[in-house]
Write a protein that binds this ligand. Structure first.
Ligand code: 5GP
Ligand code: ZN
Length: 142
């Protein structure tokens, strides 16, 4: 049987503080509240990660992201910015393997959320960068 915690939240077996739901998505507060208003958007269809979205699912789910983002921003005048985070795979910090998007309101440099982007640009030649880009391009579906 399905042992997925987010499927249980969707079917109501596990309670959640719900923000919104329709036929396709459920939006609820993340229990951790990393910053106040930390919210999760999940597709009602169980898919483990972004790699499992077909075109139809993507076209249903992804347009809702800016709608939720704007609602969160408008909900509190103290919100200065918003990180939208989608972790895919344990190595990428995914801990619940039902795809979800985090909305993390930002209040200050010193609030409880941080991301690190190390700059490795000096390690790459332009040929190496082009080869990486070409390899990604070659693997695009369509
Ligand atoms: P991940 O690490 O997979 O990107 O994020 C999973 C998120 O799910 C975490 O931020 C965690 O706090 C949240 N979470 C885990 N269990 C529950 C739960 O039972 N209820 C709610 N509302 N959030 C949960
Ligand atoms: Zn699930």
């Amino acid at each position: 049987m399905n042992d997925c915690i987010f499927c249980k939240i969707i079917d109501g077996t596990i309670p959640s503080v719900s923000v919104y739901e329709d036929d396709d998505i459920k939006v609820f507060l993340d229990i951790s509240q990393t910053t106040p208003g930390h919210t999760l958007l999940v597709p009602k269809k169980h898919v483990a990660n972004i790699f499992e979205y077909d075109d139809s699912l993507a076209q249903t789910i992804l347009p809702k992201i800016p709608v939720i983002a704007r609602a969160i921003k408008k909900s509190n005048p103290k919100i200065l910015g918003l990180n939208i985070v989608n972790n895919n795979g344990a190595i990428a910090y995914q801990s619940v393997f039902h795809s979800h998007f985090h909305f993390i309101p930002r209040f200050a440099d010193t609030d409880s959320f941080a991301m690190t982007f190390k700059d490795n640009s000096e390690k790459y030649s332009s040929d190496e960068l082009q080869e990486i880009a070409d390899r990604i391009h070659e693997n695009m579906e369509e």
